[in-house]
Design a protein around this ligand. Structure first.
Ligand code: GDP
Ligand code: MG
Length: 379
């Protein structure tokens, strides 16, 4: 191995040194307001290389000072499942919380192949040119099984990944959507504290992950293909109702006219849908990530959205509601987890389920029996 090759903060499992996403590097110094903050724990070089142990303040100050390396480490801490890291991560988040929230959070969804990664590349580069600092995150619960389909296609974000004003983080791994979403949500807060003012969250347009991402962003963008039926795209009316804007992708070359036709059709269809955000009318657009046409317009739409919903108070209210809802969702997940792990419950759940399936025990009685087992003190 070339000793000069810098090890990235993150690399896909089993990847060789060929993974060259520059934004993952531990860039620590000097440009673009990024300070050369060095935590005390890193002063001793040998200790730094072998076993860095950072305090909660190290993490918080490192992130706030704009250190890319500390940002990466703080996210790794937030993503960790180890009990000792979970407490520390919460303390770090507590310190960062007053510095979060000053961004626009945009969710991007659509079926695989619709052009999400290409859109993020074009859109992200445009935003960076406009002077923004862009963090790109992802929610893909299948990534731990498939080895990371989403954002794994780094070739699609080659230009963006070389931008200093951009930070790209692939989907965290996790067994449950709730776990993956929790990590992405906290990572988003860390990125905001580090000064990123546009957060783009890519989600794969299948299953429940859209709803999870919808509940953590301000603006939700649904990408669609022209010429493919709704059935084919697996797009349900419910998903369209989550969207604050719908974008027909790949509006270039011979696909330009079909894309415009599809736009008008969706525009009509959206007329009959519930609005996703109070006081905001969702519209359909076309864009091409290849020619860049339509990219600037989508940003103008998002700015307009922020302007209107901030003035009406909906923007702030949404975020407040999202936070409270998040707490309840975590409580539900936590209680459910404790329930299924409970020794007394585990002892009887098999036979109770069988009795219900066989039709000899009513469902409500089964529930009571299991909850009694759960609440019984084990001596
Ligand atoms: N012509 C054209 N092709 C595009 C455009 N955007 C994406 N593609 C192509 O569509 C395919 C899927 O794109 P990708 O961004 O990986 O989609 P994702 O799976 O939704 O992330 C790739 O072959 C891209 O080159 C576009 O604006 N115009
Ligand atoms: Mg992709």
């Amino acid at each position: 191995m070339n000793s000069k090759t810098k090890k990235p903060e993150w690399a896909p499992e089993g990847d060789s040194t060929g993974f060259a996403c520059r934004v993952m590097d531990g860039v620590e110094a000097g440009h673009d307001g990024i300070s050369s903050y060095r935590p005390a724990a890193a002063v001793n070089k040998a200790q730094f290389v072998q076993r860095p142990s950072f305090t909660v303040d190290d993490y918080a100050q490192g992130v706030l000072s704009g250190s890319r390396a500390m940002l990466g480490r703080a996210i790794t801490l937030v993503e960790s499942n180890a009990a000792r890291h979970i407490d520390q991560a919460q303390e770090v988040l507590q310190l960062l919380l007053p510095h979060t929230g000053k961004s626009i959070r945009v969710g991007i969804t659509g079926v695989p192949g619709v052009g999400k990664s290409s859109f993020i590349e074009a859109f992200g580069c445009y935003l960076v040119e406009q002077g923004h600092r862009v963090a790109v995150l992802a929610v893909d619960p299948s990534s731990s099984i498939s080895g990371g389909s989403i954002l794994g296609d780094k070739t699609r974000m080659e230009r963006l990944s070389r931008e200093e004003r951009c930070f790209i983080r692939p989907s965290p791994a996790g067994k449950t959507l709730g776990g993956v979403a929790r990590k992405t949500r906290e990572t988003m807060l860390v990125c905001e504290a580090a000064g990123f003012d546009v957060i783009l969250i890519e989600t794969v347009g299948v299953g429940q992950s859209e709803t999870a991402v919808r509940s953590m962003v301000d603006f939700f963008l649904l990408l669609m293909l022209s010429g493919a039926g709704d059935e084919l795209q697996g797009i349900k009316k419910g998903i369209m109702e989550l969207a604050d804007a719908l974008v027909i992708t790949k509006a270039d070359g011979s696909n330009k006219i079909p894309a415009q036709t599809a736009r008008s059709e969706y525009e009509r269809a959206m007329h009959y849908l519930q609005p996703s955000t109070e006081g905001w009318v969702s519209h359909a657009f076309t864009c091409s990530s290849m020619t860049g046409e339509g990219i600037a317009e989508i940003w103008r739409v998002i700015e307009k959205f922020q302007e209107i919903t901030s003035a009406s108070g909906v923007f702030e209210q949404h975020r407040r509601d999202q936070n409270v809802k998040w707490v309840h969702e975590m409580i539900d997940a936590h209680l459910h987890d404790r329930f299924v792990r409970h020794a007394g419950v585990r002892q009887i759940i098999g036979s109770v389920e069988r009795a219900v399936a066989d039709g000899v025990l009513p469902a409500v009685a089964a529930m009571h029996r299991l909850l009694e087992a759960f609440e019984e003190k084990t001596l």
